[in-house]
Design a binder for this molecule. Structure first.
Ligand SMILES: [Cu+2]
Length: 130
């Protein structure tokens, strides 16, 4: 009888643990961009981390919807990867060089985020916005 209880507790704890570690969260972020090519670039960059399960960017609303495993990755990492691909977003400003190297059709109208940039922000690198 004791062993049945023991194995029952064991199975229950495995169930709880796996459920906890697999916890996902869906969030939306503002990401600049223009066209279908931007959509591909943004979604690929967002999914660069394997803990991101889905990433969908809407061209019209400029909203990126991401589902990710909260235990293994943060929204900051996801948005930094998107900025590394050349796309300004609510948390990071892409490096000027990276923005300029985007296809012409993808060179979206950059938002004036100067007020959100910290004084030590180097525009040739990805900058975290305030
Ligand atoms: Cu584009």
């Amino acid at each position: 009888m004791k062993s049945i209880i023991k194995s029952g507790i064991f199975i229950l704890s495995i169930f709880l643990f796996s459920n906890f570690s697999a916890q996902s969260k869906t969030e939306t972020y503002r990401v600049e961009g223009n066209c279908g090519m931007c959509k591909d670039n943004i979604e690929t960059a967002a999914k660069a981390d394997k803990n991101v399960e889905t990433a969908t960017w809407d061209k019209k609303s400029k909203v990126l919807t991401v589902t990710y495993k909260t235990a293994n990755v943060t929204s900051s990492t996801v948005l930094k990867n998107v900025a590394d691909a050349g796309y300004d977003n609510q948390a990071f400003r892409a490096a000027n060089k990276k923005y300029s190297s985007l296809e012409e059709c993808c060179q979206y109208k950059r938002p004036d985020n100067s007020s959100k940039m910290s004084a030590d922000c180097d525009p040739n690198k990805v900058c975290k916005l305030k």
